[in-house]
Structures are given as C-alpha cells and as structure tokens.
Write a protein that binds this ligand. Structure first.
Ligand SMILES: [Ca+2]
Ligand SMILES: [Ca+2]
Ligand SMILES: [Ca+2]
Length: 525
C-alpha cells in the first residue's frame, strides 16, 4: 500500500521539494529481500578504551538531568554501549557511509526503490532525516564527530518513509516484517501519518504485521515519536501511537521543559530532549549543516529527535538485562522517568498523581523525562513482570436495550456516561485500550461530528485518561461509526478491579452526535 507518511523533524519543512518514489532497479517489490533476511550479525566492537569524538562535549542531551540531558551512564568497558543490541531504523534515506555510522550499520535496504542502498542521492540537500536519527541512537565511539546514546549498537538502515513532500512511502509492513525476521531488539519510528487530527485507522497492513510479529512478551520493542502537531492533534488521534505495544515518546526542551509542539496524549509514555540536538548530518555541504554534523545553533529538532534517544536507552537497558521483554521496558522507563517543568503547560496538561510507585502523569509528557542511568540501573535488578493477561468488557452500549446508542446534548459538556465493572478479572495494569463507536444523528453529516467529541475514561480509583477533545480538522475529522481505538498508559500500576466509566460529550455546535458503544480492553499481569 502506498501512502503519505511524515517524518517528524521541525526543520526545514519549508524547503521540501516534490519527488517521485518507487520503481527502483532492485526488483518489483521487497519479497526477495524479506525471504533473504536472517538474524542480524552484531557489529564488531573496537578495542578498549573507547574513543571520544571532538563534538561529544556539545551533545548536551547526553548530560545530567540538571543540565537538560538524559543522564547517559559512563562507559564501563563495553557495558553501557549497546554492544550486541540491534536497532532497525525505519526512516527516510540514511547515509550509511557516514564516518560515524559506517561501522554501526550491519544491514540496509531501500523499501521504496527495492534495492540495498538507502543512502540519499549525492548532492541532495534535504534528505538528511534518517542520518540524523541514526546518529542519535548509535553514532560510533571513535575519534570523529559525535557519539550515539548506544555507540556500539548495531543498526539496520531501512529506507521506507518518504523524504520529500509528495513522495510515496514504502510498504511499512515489509520493513516491520524484515526487522522482526532479523530479530532486532528495537525498532525506531520517527514518523507518523499527516498530523491532521483525523480519527481513522490508516494502516491495516501495518497492524496485521504488528499482530504477526510483535507481542508484549516477545519481539522487538517498538518506539514511536509522538508527533509535532501540538495540542490540537493529540497523539491519541494517531493509529500508530495508539497501538498497545508501542512506546510513544514526546519531546522536551533544552532545560527539560515541556514543549508545545510535542503532541500530548494518554498514550505518551515519556519524553526526551528534542531541541537542537547535535548529531550526524549528511557529509559536507548537504543537509542541515555545512559540516558532517549538526550544531547546537542549527541542530536537529522535533519528536523525531526524542524517539531515537529513547531507542538508544532501550538498547542500554537490554544490554544490561537481555531478559527484559517489551512490557518490562515500558514499566522501567515509566518508573524511572524524571519530572518535567510544566509551569507553562495549559491547565488540562498539568501533572496529576499516578498509581503508587509511578511518577505523576501529564498528557504533555507522560510519566516524565527519560533518565538513562536510572533506567539501566533498574533494568539490572528488575524481575520480569508476570505473564500478560487481559480483561475485555466486550462492546457496551450506553443506553439500555433495545436502545443502542444515546444522543448527546449538542454543544454541551453534559454528555453521556457509561460504566463497566471489572470483577473477577483482576490484574495490575500495563495499559488500556478503549474502543469507541459514535455516529452523526443525521446521516447526511459524516464529515466533522467526531471532532466535536470530548472523551474521558475514569478508572476505579479516579485516575482520568482524556482521549479526545473538541477539535477542528482540515476537511474531515473521521467517521468512527465502525469504531476507533484509543490507548492509554496513564493507568499503569493500577488494579483493574472496580468501576470504569467512559464519558462522551459533544462540545461543539452544529453537528449532532450519538454515543453508540464502547469496549475496554485492559492489558496487565
Ligand atoms: Ca564518533
Ligand atoms: Ca552537512
Ligand atoms: Ca456538535
């Protein structure tokens, strides 16, 4: 399936050019490549001690929390380097010959042009995104340039995202499948579909590949950028970041403050620095900078920069404790996250208390800012969480039978609430999926009714997940008569037992809406 996907850097979006993708010389599709994939071979490690590059002192994101960084642990021999860990970068073009990436890349494929070279064409000025994200994860511990968070990790460089406006992305399910067959430990995704706040499931092929290849107890840890659309386009409107297996990462500023462009959402697990990150750039004049690296003055910004920082931290955690499963990783990242300065956040984004043992949660930054040293320390001593289980409410109607849905008062916060009691199926919550079906009251108005809805889930102990807010869309906010699936990490650590309530209200005039049904699926242990 060809579709338009968006990489998530903030600059230089004004200089995008239109180009055509697809139809390369390597073949007619990716099937031959996928058939050839076997377990990745880890990159060779250099002799100790590891070398320092001259620009590492300018990589403030590696510094302590008080300096606005993620507190990467010091090398300890080969420890805290990501050695042996494989990370697939599903991204735009990646310059695999870059002096700070060439020793890290152990496999490469171009899923758009069907060949094995994901590099940008020489002289390209704009196709720098995948080179920047790759350096954040794993730029080499050598004598040149910068270092990554996990500088001895192995990279699989997969070009699958359009690098230019108007260019078609490749089949994501192919790249996801290849990464899983290569048995990588982490898949980094610094992209989304258009940040347009439309409630629609955009990619059933991707979901099918996730279902086939990625689980909570096996398979790679899948990390996604939250998106750069700000509070008008919550990450809870996005198919990918709503997947219950995904770790969604927002961006924080250079002083650890919340950033307004970073999309809030109940599915945001945590944030990482996303402002002016010093990383690898296209060699020479091409790219963001005139040199081979971005500088603090012209650095790499966006949730695109934040996500690979967390992917690098996950690599360090998995090196420290190879027995961690995706759920353990999410649990540790949440528990060890550090507070974010939310003084300038809007009121509805203020931090709120969480379940016992977890930091306060804000839709703006999740459980907080990633703390690499604390996450690695806890990873070493963490006992795997118990076998995953689910509580599933099945579809519930807000009205009593035979009435199915209930009309919502228009332009009112009164709304309609529906409750479900979790009884015997008790567990400790990892995360929650909420499916919602809502309709327009009149059949001739399918365009914007879903943008009128305010949707809030309240747990038995009173913790709230705000899942959708009244918002506008360029054309169509999405038809959710057949359902839309939100997810929330906000209830992590709570017990499932008790009364859950979903309140839906229509808080904009004109379009008239109806709350038809909902379903609660609690993942826990
Ligand atoms: Ca280096
Ligand atoms: Ca450059
Ligand atoms: Ca309305």
């Amino acid at each position: 399936m060809r579709q338009y996907l968006r990489w998530l850097a903030l600059w230089p979006m004004t200089s995008l050019l239109v180009a055509c993708g697809g139809g390369g010389a390597g073949g007619a599709d990716n099937s031959a490549y996928i058939a050839s994939v076997s377990t990745f071979g880890a990159a060779a490690v250099p002799d100790l001690p590891l070398q320092l590059g001259p620009l590492e002192t300018e990589q403030s994101h590696l510094a302590s929390l008080s300096e606005g960084g993620i507190h990467v642990p010091a090398y300890n021999g080969y420890a805290n380097t990501g050695a042996g860990v494989g990370i697939a970068m599903l991204d735009t073009s990646i310059q695999i010959g870059h002096p700070d990436l060439k020793d890290r890349v152990v496999a490469a494929h171009d899923f758009i042009d069907y060949d094995d070279d994901p590099s940008p064409p020489s002289g390209s000025s704009t196709r720098w995104h995948g080179t920047a994200t790759s350096g954040v994860v794993a730029a080499s511990a050598n004598t040149v340039g910068v270092r990554g968070v996990a500088p001895l990790a192995s990279l699989l460089a997969y070009r699958v995202i359009a690098g230019e406006a108007g260019e078609s992305s490749g089949p994501l399910e192919d790249a996801l499948t290849a990464a899983a067959l290569a048995r990588v430990h982490v898949i980094n995704n610094s992209w989304t579909h258009q940040d347009n706040a439309v409630l629609t499931d955009v990619d059933t092929n991707w979901r099918a590949a996730m279902n086939a290849r990625v689980g909570l107890t096996s398979g790679p840890v899948v990390v996604f950028a939250a998106g750069n659309g700000g509070s008008e386009t919550l990450s809870n409107y996005d198919t990918y970041t709503n997947d219950y297996r995904v770790i969604t990462v927002g961006a924080a500023g250079v002083r650890g403050e919340a950033l307004s462009y970073s999309e809030p959402g109940a599915n945001v697990l945590l944030v990482a620095p996303g402002s002016r990150i010093v990383t690898t750039d296209l060699v020479g004049a091409a790219g963001i900078s005139a040199t081979d690296y971005t500088a603090a003055s012209d650095g790499f910004s966006g949730t695109s920069a934040a996500a690979p920082m967390v992917s690098g931290v996950v690599a360090l955690m998995l090196q420290a404790n190879p027995n961690l499963k995706p759920r353990d990783v999410a649990w540790i990242l949440a528990k060890t996250a550090a507070p974010v300065d939310c003084r300038f956040c809007q009121d509805w984004l203020a931090p709120q208390p969480s379940a016992q043992g977890f930091p306060d949660f804000s839709l703006q930054y999740g459980f907080g800012r990633v703390d690499a040293s604390a996450a690695v320390d806890l990873a070493r001593t963490h006992s795997p969480v118990a076998t995953t289980r689910q509580c599933d409410s099945g579809w519930k109607a807000p009205g009593s039978l035979p009435q199915y849905g209930l009309n919502l008062p228009d332009n009112s916060s009164t709304g309609v609430s529906s409750s479900y009691t979790v009884g015997a199926c008790d567990l400790v919550i990892d995360r929650v999926e909420i499916q919602l079906k809502a309709s327009p009251q009149t059949s001739n108005d399918l365009a914007n009714y879903s943008g009128d809805l305010h949707v809030v889930l309240t747990s038995p102990t009173g913790l709230m997940s705000e899942l959708a807010r009244p918002h506008g869309c360029p054309a169509d906010c999405g038809d959710i008569r057949d359902g839309f699936t939100f997810s929330s990490v906000r209830h992590m650590g709570e017990r499932a037992q008790g009364v859950w309530t979903l309140k839906v209200s229509d808080e904009k005039r004109n379009d008239l809406s109806r709350f038809d049904a909902w379903r609660l699926i609690i993942h826990g242990h």
